[in-house]
Design a protein around this ligand. Structure first.
Ligand code: ZN
Length: 218
């Protein structure tokens, strides 16, 4: 059974849950993986896909040590909003070189970098775990976007879900997760954008890509 623990609480005090899966004892050491959904609260397909993936991992351990946070921005999920309960776009709030206090309406990055508990909890887990294969699930585009050293992984995933791989999402993303961990630290960072499908279709399209990322038989 996976280890199950709380990595912190949201602005409104909701516990942010995490699952930890160990690889089989015979697995070769590989970069540790961390996947998370719903940094944007109005993008629930990632939550569904990660729940399905976690269920499959109960039957077969991943080929590398893996952490799964099905939903980071639980207050946003509860309220159906992209931003957290302080109206911060958490994907503009990370302490990246390009974090900026300037913002467009709807993209408030916080008063200072990583001043929000959800971003703090995620960053703390990344440091503590040593995970460097980092996969964020978003909607509603249809691409496997990569930062840092994530190109090969993105191409492999993009072949499997048919979305293709891209290094440019098409607009600036100051203070994004990918800026901090991909651009600044050269980790394998994937922004998986799932189009607006039904839950089941989203899982069907992305199952192989997600299993591939964890070295599971597809
Ligand atoms: Zn998003």
């Amino acid at each position: 059974m996976p280890e199950h623990f709380e990595i912190g609480k949201t602005v409104l005090g909701r516990p942010i849950e995490c699952l930890h899966f160990a690889p089989p004892a015979y697995a070769k050491p590989k970069a540790k993986a961390l996947l998370f959904g719903a940094i944007h609260g109005d993008e629930p397909l990632g939550i569904y896909c990660l729940a399905r993936l976690a269920t499959e991992l109960l039957a077969m351990a991943p080929g590398r040590e893996t952490w799964i946070i099905p939903a980071l921005n639980l207050d946003g999920v509860a309220g159906g909003s992209k931003n957290n309960a302080n109206d911060v776009d958490l994907n503009r709030s990370f302490a990246a070189h390009n974090w900026s206090p300037d913002y467009k309406a709807g993209y408030f990055p916080g008063k200072s970098a990583e001043d929000q508990p959800e971003a703090q909890a995620l960053s703390k887990l990344i440091e503590a775990s040593g995970a460097t294969r980092l996969i964020a699930l978003h909607s509603p585009f249809r691409t496997v976007n990569w930062d840092g050293s994530g190109q090969a992984l993105a191409e492999g995933m993009g072949q499997r879900n048919g979305y293709g791989a891209s290094s440019d999402i098409g607009y600036p993303t100051p203070g994004s997760f990918g800026s901090k961990y991909g651009v600044d630290r050269d980790f394998e960072v994937i922004t998986l954008e799932i189009p607006m499908l039904s839950d089941e279709e989203a899982w069907r399209e992305n199952r192989s890509a997600l299993r591939y990322a964890l070295d599971l038989p597809e």
